[in-house]
Design a protein around this ligand. Structure first.
Ligand code: GCO
Length: 449
């Protein structure tokens, strides 16, 4: 049976500046926290860096041509703050803006809709030196940067995403130190980082709305904790929903209700962030959509043992299929990740802003990449999205992570997430079978006219 998606449904691929661009010190670009972090010995697997990555800065035109070859309808990419404002604030680097001009023009020439992420983790090092996300001033620095970008690109770009995956910035970057800037801060500081990120998001939304030359749509990209009922029983459904709320309320309540959840606030005691009413109002500025990045989910069962919260997580079986990241494959993650927020909040529309899988891709003797497992992964996850749409969930589009194999943060170049194979020594690209399959899938699943 062929699944049909709504006519206006937007299919795309997603990338991020530091993961693909390279040209880390070219044309006036300033240092970012990822440049500093990847140049610090021991931080990245195999000592890899994003200095060159996919060399997309120089090869963007070929890369867009490949997108056109598979008739890709939309492309989500991020802008490197330190290319635009090398010191974070103040002096604007014209050459940085010109790069994104060229990229956007090329996309439009090929009729590919640009979705711009304003922050995907590559903070200018100069701002980190002033406290980075620990320091509230960063929110107005972000607003200044957004204004420059929106003024420049909003005659051509209408889809704006403020920040990507705030929990990763706060927890991996400032709590556990696995990501740049590699900090290990105490809980109060981490909670302040979260608040400052949310505040930057809210200010960013307001700047996009007031500055855009064409009617914009703007929203956040979030990676929620995903909870999947372990069985079809209503008890497990209720348990998964309760677990979802517990894990996600700290993010969704300020965004959609303008307040932190009271019980969690009390639990944090003296570790709560410094906030004002005005800031809470900014954070909850209405948005046009919410982007969700999902790769897997935790299995949840009802738990009636005395003293329990009513739910518990259960592990996947030992031999359950996993990607090379070690993430269990469970297509239901898409359906439930879209369903639970909708039951709780009035969210105008949703995107799957990232989903995909890392696998051990190899080039065959005839020079092809037969990534059959990725095709199965995508097929099953798309079907899960379809199930949500059929139930009336307002999903507007789906972005596969990622266009081409790239620099996977602390894992360096060891993880291949692309539907295009990147040969890092020659910078040759090969369309994997999954790219060809995706092209075909998009065409075939259009609503019959
Ligand atoms: C993100 C992601 C991407 C990763 C992908 C696979 O936050 O948007 O971290 O940048 O490459 O999620 O881990």
């Amino acid at each position: 049976e062929t699944l049909h998606f709504p006519n206006k449904f937007i299919w795309g691929c997603a990338t991020a500046s530091y993961q693909i661009e390279g040209a880390f010190a070219e044309d006036g670009k300033g240092e970012s926290i990822w440049d500093r972090f990847s140049h610090t010995p021991g931080k990245i697997k195999n000592g890899d860096t994003g200095d060159v990555a996919c060399d997309h800065y120089h090869r963007f035109s070929e890369d867009v041509n490949m997108m056109a070859e598979i008739n890709l309808p939309a492309y989500r990419f991020s802008i490197s703050w330190s290319r635009i404002l090398p010191s974070g604030t103040g002096k604007v680097n014209e050459k940085g803006l010109e790069f994104y001009d060229r990229l956007v023009d090329k996309l439009l020439e090929k009729q590919i809709i640009p979705f711009v992420t304003l922050y995907h983790w590559d903070l200018p090092q100069a701002l980190e030196d002033r406290g980075g996300w620990r320091n509230k001033d960063i929110a107005s620095a972000f607003a200044e940067y957004v204004k420059v970008v929106v003024n420049r690109l909003s005659d051509r770009v209408t889809n704006w995403m403020t920040l990507n995956e705030l929990p990763c910035v706060a927890f991996l970057g400032y709590q556990d130190g696995y990501h740049a800037p590699g900090a290990k801060e105490p809980p109060q500081v981490v909670n302040q980082v979260i608040h400052n990120l949310l505040l930057a998001h809210g200010l960013g939304v307001q700047v996009v709305r007031t500055q855009a030359k064409k009617q914009p749509e703007v929203g956040l990209v979030h990676n929620p904790a995903v909870k999947i009922p372990a069985t079809n029983s209503p008890e497990d459904f209720a348990a998964a929903k309760a677990a979802w709320f517990e894990s996600n309320a700290w993010w969704f309540e300020p965004l959609y209700k303008g307040k932190y959840p009271r019980d969690l606030w009390q639990e944090k005691g003296k570790d709560v962030p410094e906030i004002t009413d005005e800031e809470m109002e900014i954070i909850s500025t209405p948005t046009d959509f919410l982007g969700l990045n999902m790769y897997t989910g935790a299995l949840v069962k009802a738990d009636n043992t005395p003293g329990s919260k009513g739910f518990k997580e259960i592990p996947y079986p030992e031999d359950h299929p996993k990607t090379t990241m070690g993430w269990p494959i469970n297509p239901d993650c898409i359906y439930y990740a879209l369903k639970f927020p909708r039951e709780k909040y009035d969210i105008p529309k949703l995107y799957v802003s990232e989903n995909g899988c890392a696998l051990n891709d190899v080039i065959s003797e005839e020079g092809k990449v037969y990534d059959i497992s990725r095709i199965h992964y995508l097929r099953d996850h798309f079907a899960s999205a379809h199930r949500a749409i059929k139930e009336g969930i307002n999903l507007a589009g789906y972005f596969v992570w990622t266009l081409m194999d790239n620099f996977e943060w602390a894992y360096g170049c060891s993880q291949r997430f692309g539907i295009i194979f990147t040969d890092y020594s020659s910078q040759k690209r090969i369309l994997k079978q999954s790219a060809l399959w995706y092209k075909d899938f998009i065409e075939k699943t259009k609503q019959p006219q």
